[in-house]
Design a protein around this ligand. Structure first.
Ligand SMILES: [Ca+2]
Length: 284
């Protein structure tokens, strides 16, 4: 359910000072632009690969074409990747809407609590509450890769490199961008890399390649891959996985202090792409 907070602008029209022709064409006493934001409140956490976003829209509910400028502002430490949405809004029936996605982020050291994003057109304001959540624990037994900065040799346009560290390892959600898929069909190797927040002593990596009833690992999963860790700037292979046909592979190895982990895809079972649903890194 959407909730709209509209501050109605008063003008000469409300005082009856408007000529009949203007009044019949449009109602200048009230902005015909309706603002929308989905979802109506958002949560954000200060990790580089757990982005939040808001879908914002402007709808012309009036009977005259118009040009609208939406200003987007955020209360620090919240930042938005867009500050303005400008668009021509023709008067149409059904009402015409333009919308766009706005990325919402906070730095790692952001204090948790309630903040606010505001969308403004003319004197209408739509306030969207933003809750900054505490950072997830990253101690012994916690997944050190969750939400940390991921990068890859390439990423297919339909996917997001952060999908493999978003905390969702369910292959049934593959179509919702919870995984990473490289962009070089039939060409290997492909690499997916995760930079840890700080050097950590690690001894286990859990790799989830695509494996669902619709996309079984024996056909769509990674067949051959190396698990590597970065120690003092040099990559070391800690597990060579070969002829894999299952969705979940556990790699355990002698504890090592590393600041990054990567999966090097050498072959997939059908020879096209490297696919990862999730990669987890643990200290024990
Ligand atoms: Ca995922």
């Amino acid at each position: 359910m959407k909730r709209h907070i509209a501050v109605v602008a008063l003008s000469a029209a409300t005082l009856g000072l408007v000529t009949p022709s203007v009044a019949s064409a449009a109602r200048p006493d009230r902005s015909p632009v309706r603002l929308t934001a989905t979802p109506e409140r958002i949560e954000v956490v200060g990790l580089p690969c757990l982005p939040s976003s808001l879908q914002v829209g402007m709808t012309n509910t009036g009977t005259a074409d118009l040009y609208a400028d939406m200003e987007l502002t955020a209360e620090p430490p919240v930042t938005l990747d867009r500050q303005v949405l400008s668009s021509w809004l023709p008067a149409r029936d059904p009402d015409f809407m333009v919308s766009t996605r706005v990325g919402v982020t906070v730095p790692r050291d952001a204090e948790s609590g309630e903040y606010q994003v505001e969308l403004t057109v003319d004197r209408q304001v739509l306030a969207v509450p933003v809750e900054v959540l505490p950072l997830p624990p990253k101690g012994a037994g916690d997944n050190l890769a969750l939400g940390e900065q991921a990068s890859a040799s390439s990423t297919h346009g339909n996917f997001d490199v952060c999908g493999a560290v978003d905390g969702n390892k369910n292959s049934n959600d593959w179509d919702t961008l919870t995984g990473w898929n490289d962009a070089t069909r039939g060409v290997f190797p492909d690499t997916h890399q995760i930079a840890l927040a700080e050097p950590a002593t690690i001894s286990r990596v859990e790799t989830y390649t695509l494996d669902s009833a619709r996309y079984p690992a024996a056909r769509y999963g990674l067949r051959d891959f190396d698990v590597q860790v970065r120690v003092d700037g040099a990559w070391q292979t800690v597990h060579e996985v070969r002829a894999n046909v299952v969705g979940h592979v556990t790699s355990t190895f002698d504890a090592v202090t590393a600041d990054a982990v990567r999966i090097v895809g050498l072959a997939s079972n059908n020879g096209d792409y490297s696919r990862l649903v999730e990669v987890e890194v643990y200290s024990s």
